[in-house]
Design a protein around this ligand. Structure first.
Ligand SMILES: [Zn+2]
Length: 85
């Protein structure tokens, strides 16, 4: 019982040492190492450029990584067209 609580505490501390933001596409929480320049959403795959101007513990999404997101949008549109046939 005590051991289990300690493990939970450790994982919370570990999460706090990393940055996380909410995906602007699907609102999934994205975690990444501190000072990462970009982060990809584990849910929808969209990738975001990060800004750390607020400090090491305050990551912000600065904008999309268009090369990644445009490719994902194009793939989704292609898939949607194929499904309509
Ligand atoms: Zn997402």
């Amino acid at each position: 019982m005590d051991n289990k609580n300690e493990t939970t505490m450790h994982s919370l501390i570990k999460t706090r040492s990393m940055g996380s933001v909410r995906c602007l596409q699907c609102y999934e929480r994205i975690s990444f190492p501190a000072k990462a320049e970009t982060a990809a959403c584990p849910n929808c795959g969209f990738e975001w450029r990060l800004s750390w101007h607020m400090g090491d513990n305050f990551p912000r999404i600065r904008g999309p990584v268009w090369e990644t997101n445009n490719r994902l949008i194009a793939e989704a549109e292609k898939k949607a067209k194929e499904e309509k046939k």
